[in-house]
Design a protein around this ligand. Structure first.
Ligand SMILES: NC(=O)c1ccc[n+]([C@@H]2O[C@H](COP(=O)([O-])OP(=O)(O)OC[C@H]3O[C@@H](n4cnc5c(N)ncnc54)[C@H](O)[C@@H]3O)[C@@H](O)[C@H]2O)c1
Length: 437
């Protein structure tokens, strides 16, 4: 297969770029990976993987001979016609997407009639049209453009790349779109080939819908707490309806990460900039913000004032199996707790380095048991598997207090209670009331 596949370039070797590059290398393509981060490229050249993503190190090692790392865009332009763009598009202060990295790539492209930019980065609808306009103004109208949004999830990114639910290709019906479709063909995934603006919107709408589902079940959970219903039972009953589905119906302390918060906000702003007030998304964002803070009220309900209280946070990353701390609920939670006078001690299996940079004033423990030592309360923030397997009797014997707040409804409430601890989940009215002294 490898002989027939043309080399490709991948610009930006972060979570999306590196997985995309390794995935295409696995399918047999030579891949030139470009990044402006000299240190990152040096590490990749040495065989180090700068991020934590299960299976990625193995995939890169396996396909090492087909993967080339460079800081020079010209290396990719010389060897490849398709240049996948996977640079960051973080939020600006206004909540719009910051496209400066995308624009830097566009500006660096030469006039060419045999190259194409393939946009993997998540960008507002209309970005493709404006990039094509820029190309035309700069005498580079021959440069083709394809939108190919990425749907992988951190924590299962390798699997998501190799067996995607769908591949979306938005293009002008030319050679570049055909070439992208051919590249993905071995994956045998359902293909949505469409126009560029619709492809851009598929990505934003998908993330906004998933975020809406999370905020919806979180609101149901909050009502469950008032009424005595258990949201786990409610979600189980709802999820069996195949019009609803069980995924993204896990109540908790809110969504975070590098995508949902910024993409929901970017879609809201995009709508506003186009003259439409997207009311539903305002509620989705507000519910999510409040959800992170409800933990503090739960702690106060049991402990009273938090001044001087030692609160152990288990997990800091925005979700398990990643070291990504972007927009993690732990950032808001730890800041709120400290503002209320609590002493916060935290443990995360892989995110500590990044967390130390982002969360001042927090004490970092070497492991979960060290974190819970003398704690007045333990809060499960990220549902890493190792926390689900904790020996709660051991935890209880080390704690000063007896409260466990399960921010992800991931713990075995019965096991926690059997150890003599009080269990407080999210939306688990019945379980919580049973647990209270
Ligand atoms: N992380 C995810 O789970 C995910 C999933 C789907 C889509 N996306 C989207 O993919 C894009 C990339 O996200 P990410 O999480 O991989 O970001 P990231 O921050 O991990 O990686 C971006 C990389 O681009 C590099 N870069 C920046 N400017 C560059 C330039 N001019 N030339 C070359 N390299 C440059 C950075 O140094 C960095 O290594 C974003 O638009 C994001 O919304 C992310």
């Amino acid at each position: 297969m490898s002989e027939q596949r043309a080399p490709i370039g991948v610009i930006g070797t972060g979570y999306v770029g590196l997985v995309t590059a390794a995935g295409f290398a696995e399918l047999g393509s030579e891949v030139v990976c470009v990044d402006i981060d000299v240190d990152k490229i040096d590490r990749l050249k040495r065989g180090e993987i700068p991020i934590y993503e299960p299976g990625l190190a193995e995939l890169v090692a396996k396909n090492r001979e087909r993967m080339h790392f460079t800081t020079q865009l010209s290396d990719a332009l010389e060897r490849a016609e398709l240049l996948f763009v996977a640079v960051g598009t973080p939020p600006t202060y206004s909540g719009d997407a910051d496209l400066s990295a995308v624009h830097a790539v566009v500006e660096a492209m030469p006039a060419s009639d045999h190259h194409a930019l393939v946009m993997k980065s998540t960008v507002p609808v209309g970005t493709g049209a404006s990039i094509k306009r820029v190309f035309a103004e700069q005498g580079k109208a021959g440069f083709r453009y394809v939108s190919c949004p990425e749907f992988l999830k951190e924590g299962s990114a390798v699997k998501d790349f190799l067996s995607p639910d769908r591949v979306v290709v938005g293009d002008d019906g030319d050679w570049a779109g055909d070439a992208v479709v051919d590249l993905y063909a071995p994956l045998d995934a359902p293909l949505v080939r469409t126009d560029i603006s619709s492809a851009e919107m598929v990505k934003l709408a998908s993330n906004a819908f998933l975020a809406t589902k999370i905020s919806f079940i979180n609101e149901i959970a909050n009502v469950c707490e008032e009424t005595g219903a258990d949201v786990l039972e409610v979600a189980r009953g709802m999820g069996l309806d195949d019009r609803i589905g069980s995924k993204f119906l896990q109540a908790g302390i809110g969504f975070g990460g590098s995508c949902f918060p910024k993409d929901v906000s970017a879609l809201k702003q995009l709508a506003g900039n186009s003259g439409y007030h997207f009311q539903l998304l305002n509620a989705v964002i507000e519910v999510n913000e409040l959800q992170k803070r409800r933990v503090v009220a739960k702690l106060q309900k049991h402990l009273g004032s938090l001044v001087g209280r030692r609160i152990a946070l288990l997990g800091l990353a925005f979700k398990p199996d990643t070291d990504d701390m972007r927009e993690a609920s732990s950032l808001v939670l730890s800041a709120r707790l400290q503002a209320d006078g609590a002493r916060v001690v935290a443990f995360d299996p892989v995110a500590e380095t990044e967390a130390r940079r982002l969360i001042p004033g927090v004490e970092f423990a070497a492991d979960s048991l060290a974190a819970v030592e003398d704690a007045d309360a333990v809060v499960l923030v990220t549902e890493w598997q190792e926390f689900k397997e904790l020996d709660w009797s051991d935890v209880a014997s080390r704690m000063r207090g007896s409260l466990v707040v399960d921010g992800r409804n991931a713990l075995d409430a019965t096991a926690v209670q059997a150890a003599g601890l009080s269990y407080e989940g999210v939306g688990r009215g019945t379980v919580a009331s049973l647990a209270l002294p």
